[in-house]
Design a binder for this molecule. Structure first.
Ligand SMILES: [Zn+2]
Length: 124
């Protein structure tokens, strides 16, 4: 493949992703079901989103962090950091938080370990 073709392909992919993200953002999220592992499965336009459920008995720091994570995943905009949104090859999307954001999945797991609460990463 020559450089021009590769460039055109990248541009087409960028346009497809921007369009897909606009479609996702324009759609109203709806809850499909909850799983036994304590997650909610939502549909927003063409995207399926898996969110952790906030346990009512969780320590307040953990409740806050989980809520930040959920809001960012559901709206594509994190209330606590300037996040990045990547459209996946499968047509879904991933919210990438800043490293120190409490909504970042790695920070959530660390916080859970510190508090002695099991925070499950979703299996994907
Ligand atoms: Zn964030």
């Amino acid at each position: 493949m020559n450089g021009r073709k590769a460039k055109a392909k990248r541009r087409a992919l960028r346009e497809r992703n921007a369009q897909l993200l606009a479609t996702i953002r324009a759609a109203v999220p709806s809850l499909l079901r909850t799983t036994e592992s304590g997650h909610e499965v939502w549909q927003r336009g063409p995207a399926t989103i898996v969110l952790p459920i906030v346990p009512a008995d969780a320590p307040s720091d953990l409740q806050t962090a989980l809520t930040v994570n959920r809001m960012a995943a559901l709206t594509t905009d994190c209330p606590r950091c300037t996040n990045d949104v990547r459209v996946t090859e499968a047509g879904g999307y991933l919210v990438r938080h800043e490293a120190a954001c409490p909504g970042d999945p790695d920070r959530l797991v660390e916080l859970g370990e510190r508090l002695g609460v099991d925070v499950q990463r979703r299996e994907d």
